[in-house]
Write a protein that binds this ligand. Structure first.
Ligand code: PBG
Ligand code: ZN
Length: 324
């Protein structure tokens, strides 16, 4: 038997050699932390301890975000949890108040922090669907002006990025036109280009109070098995003027992210959703794996697949573990 001449283990000999030849890394700058903004003062609660979903009021958000900024976290993404629900979008300005006030305060306190805000109706409507409902159907075209209005209100509050997560057709173009007409051409759009109708959003829906009250989201979110359809989705959003493309969930869509990396030059964002985080947490709590190592492995695989930025409930912990 001949001995091997090619020895891949030479590249793995010790930590400094492995570090020298690392092809991918995950740094605080790559990560975006989501927060759920509620009304009131002094609210800062993790919806379920250790599961990463933080509900905060505007004042507490400033304290929350300060260490993240210091650690160089890439940005924060805000979701509004309104006090009241309304089904026609007419109350939007008032419903958005906690979110727009918090955005203004964050913008003032941290002028250079990339600030993302979600654009969708599921938290704002009684039925919990992402668009307006007419005759028991989610009405695509009636929804578009409401989404555009929401984006404008958020842009006026100082967010840099609006992130439509509703999956209506044509919303990127409608939002772009609405922003531009309102003098907000500097506001960017991160479109949820490929968003699957996934079982993994459960913990989020509890935090955002956004679960559909009838039916499900399968008439607007994508079927998980469709690769060609996913390409059509992000190509369309690119065409309509999206500034960056988001994929969600993250780990189940690595191949689709790789497709987009090869077919588009836009920045790519992956959303490691609440259920993905919960899978790791619950498994670690059961004593079956090491949470930090498993988490790091998933984040690295996303970067390897071609992801630029990762929205993750883990960003906060990375920030707190980062030594200045
Ligand atoms: C709603 C929205 C969802 C998530 C982000 N925006 C849930 C859904 O579509 O029901 C999920 C995020 C997560 O699970 O962390 N537009
Ligand atoms: Zn929604």
């Amino acid at each position: 038997m001949s001995l091997p001449t090619v020895r891949l283990r030479r590249l793995r000999a010790n930590p400094s050699t492995r570090r020298l030849f690392a092809e991918t890394d995950v740094l605080p700058r790559h990560l975006v932390q989501p927060y759920f903004v509620v009304s009131g003062k002094g609210v800062r609660r993790e919806v379920k301890p250790n599961y990463g979903l933080w509900q905060v009021s505007g004042d507490a958000l400033l304290e929350e975000v300060a260490p993240l900024v210091k650690a160089g976290v890439g940005g924060v993404m805000l979701f509004g949890v309104p006090d009241t629900k309304s089904d026609d979008g007419a109350q939007l300005e008032q419903q958005l108040k906690p979110l727009t006030d918090a955005s203004k305060a964050l913008r003032a306190a941290f002028p250079e922090l990339p600030l993302f805000a979600d654009v969708c109706l599921c938290s704002y409507t009684t039925h919990g669907h992402c668009g307006l409902v007419r005759n028991n159907r989610v009405d695509n075209d009636a929804t578009l002006p409401v989404l555009a209005k929401m984006a404008v209100l958020l842009g006026q509050a100082g967010v840099d990025w609006v992130s439509p997560s509703d999956m209506m057709d044509g919303r990127v173009a409608a939002i772009r036109a609405g922003l531009d007409a309102a003098g907000l051409s500097h506001v960017s759009i991160l479109s949820y280009a490929v968003k699957m109708a996934s079982a993994m959003y459960g913990p989020f829906r509890a935090a955002a109070d956004s679960a559909p009250q009838f039916g499900d989201r399968t008439t607007y979110q994508m079927p998980a098995g469709n690769r060609r359809e996913a390409r059509r989705e992000w190509k369309q959003d690119e065409l309509e003027g999206a500034d960056a493309l988001l994929f969600k969930p993250a780990l189940t869509n690595l191949d689709l992210i790789r497709d987009a990396r090869e077919g588009s030059d836009l920045p790519l964002v992956a959303y490691q959703v609440s259920g993905e985080y919960a899978m790791l947490r619950a498994t670690a709590d059961a004593g079956l794996l090491d949470f930090d190592r498993a988490m790091n492995e998933t984040l690295l695989s996303l970067r390897r697949a071609g992801t630029d930025v990762i929205v993750t409930y883990h960003a906060r912990a990375v920030a707190h573990a980062t030594k200045p």
